[in-house]
Design a binder for this molecule. Structure first.
Ligand code: PXP
Length: 243
């Protein structure tokens, strides 16, 4: 089975916030993405509300028919919002105000007790929790110990590799982390920086059941339309073979 595509619509909201207006609406984008074949919708409600707003999250909870995944920092305030809105999945990510986007995986190994506590609270609220981690064995093992069903493996290093050799090393790390996670009983997603050029190799990793992609789809949609942008990405994922 090839991975499902979950579409992150944050940057539709980024365009809207450029004018502090009402369009384009990430809620409308989510509906179009689902019609085009997305299996899930993702938003990151950041502390500084630079793109997705609380209103978007509430409306998305009502209209998303596939799966709503809320990316969030592991803070008390965000946990409260998650327990109120009840997304299908909450993905815990590190968050720094000054970063342009999520820069690295969550250091689960370094703060296992705190993360485990947040995982427990969200799980008791019947939210499936996923942890966004670098493809590092200790982080995957620590994630397993927190009790989450899912991890999302950070593909940023692979996406940003400047040489083919660097790319292959980064890909191997993702493959090994995915295999380790699966062996430990975790379900595996992957994402960050994936685009129309680099998605196929990650989509071909047998353990990866979901790819989370945002920026490249929104960027392409700005030029060719969201329906086509999503269809093309689904086609690439379904046609992927392992090299
Ligand atoms: N997964 C996580 C945890 C992220 O933080 C992001 C960026 O918001 C993505 C996936 C999607 O990354 P990109 O926008 O580069 O496709």
């Amino acid at each position: 089975m090839k991975p499902r595509l979950a579409v992150n619509v944050d940057h539709i909201a980024t365009i809207r916030q450029a004018r502090r207006g009402v369009e384009p609406d990430p809620v409308a984008a989510a509906i179009l993405a689902e019609v085009a074949g997305a299996s899930g919708i993702i938003v990151h409600l950041r502390e500084d509300r630079r793109h997705i707003q609380d209103r978007d999250l509430r409306l998305l909870r009502e209209v998303v028919k596939t799966q709503l995944n809320l990316e969030m920092a592991a803070t008390e305030g965000m946990v409260k919002i998650a327990l109120d809105v009840l997304p299908d999945v909450s993905t815990l990510v590190p968050e720094r105000r000054e970063e342009l986007t999520t820069e690295g995986g969550l250091d689960v190994a370094g703060q296992e007790e705190r993360i485990s506590r947040v995982v427990r609270v969200l799980t008791e609220g019947e939210i499936n929790v996923s942890l966004f981690v670098d493809p590092v064995p200790d982080q995957v093992k620590a994630s397993r110990r927190t009790g989450v069903p899912f991890v999302e493996i950070h593909t940023g290093q692979y996406a940003e590799a400047r040489t083919e050799a660097e790319r292959q090393v980064a890909l191997l790390r993702i493959m090994e982390a995915a295999r380790l996670g699966r062996d430990l009983g975790l379900r595996i997603a992957a994402g960050h920086g994936l685009n129309y050029q680099n998605v196929a190799a990650v989509a071909a990793i047998p353990e990866v059941e979901e790819l989370n992609i945002g920026h490249s789809i929104v960027a392409r949609a700005a030029l060719v339309g969201l329906n086509r942008a999503v269809r093309e990405m689904v086609g690439l994922i379904h046609g992927a073979t392992q090299s």
